[in-house]
Design a protein around this ligand. Structure first.
Ligand SMILES: [Zn+2]
Length: 168
């Protein structure tokens, strides 16, 4: 007489219970690696990898490799910020995609034409607007100058990666 599926399930369970000490195979879910915008080539393929003694930054797109010492209490975002600083310190005049965060979507819409009028390279897109971001292709120093000019015109923007810094 064929066993019903329920019987065979119960049987399997019983078998496992009869063999104590043998580890039950577990499905280990490996989360996909968290990808960041590469501080050198701007591709979203930069990973922060934790090793025993240090932490490495690696971009699969441009092959950028960085490392830093492990510090207790620091998480992935802090290391990403650290790697970004390393790259910026090595080439401060590099033109990069800089993201300015505004307080609202309508504010972001207002900022784009001003940025263009000031002679900066920028590209507007819906996802960027919805994230309240203004993308500017410029150097870090020029971006800081741009933020000042925008503030003079009554527009409050901040560098996106400075958002986690404590307010002054
Ligand atoms: Zn890269």
């Amino acid at each position: 007489m064929p066993r019903s599926p329920r019987d065979s399930y119960a049987h399997r369970q019983g078998t496992e219970r009869r063999t104590p000490g043998r580890p039950v195979p577990k499905v280990v879910r490996i989360p996909p690696p968290q990808l960041f915008r590469c501080p050198r080539c701007s591709a979203v393929s930069f990973q922060v990898l934790f090793h025993e003694r240090d932490v490495a930054g690696f971009c699969a797109e441009c092959n950028l490799r960085l490392r830093t010492d492990k510090t207790t209490g620091r998480g992935t975002p802090e290391y990403y910020a650290e790697f970004t600083r390393q790259v910026e310190a090595s080439c401060p005049d590099r033109i990069q995609r800089i993201f300015l965060k505004t307080n609202s979507v309508s504010e972001a819409k207002r900022v784009y034409p001003v940025v263009r009028r000031l002679g900066y390279r920028t590209k507007q897109s819906s996802p960027m607007l919805h994230a309240r971001l203004v993308m500017v292709e410029t150097t870090r120093d020029q971006a800081v100058a741009l933020i000042e000019k925008l503030r003079e015109q009554g527009m409050q923007v901040a560098l996106q990666d400075d958002l986690h810094s404590p307010p002054p």
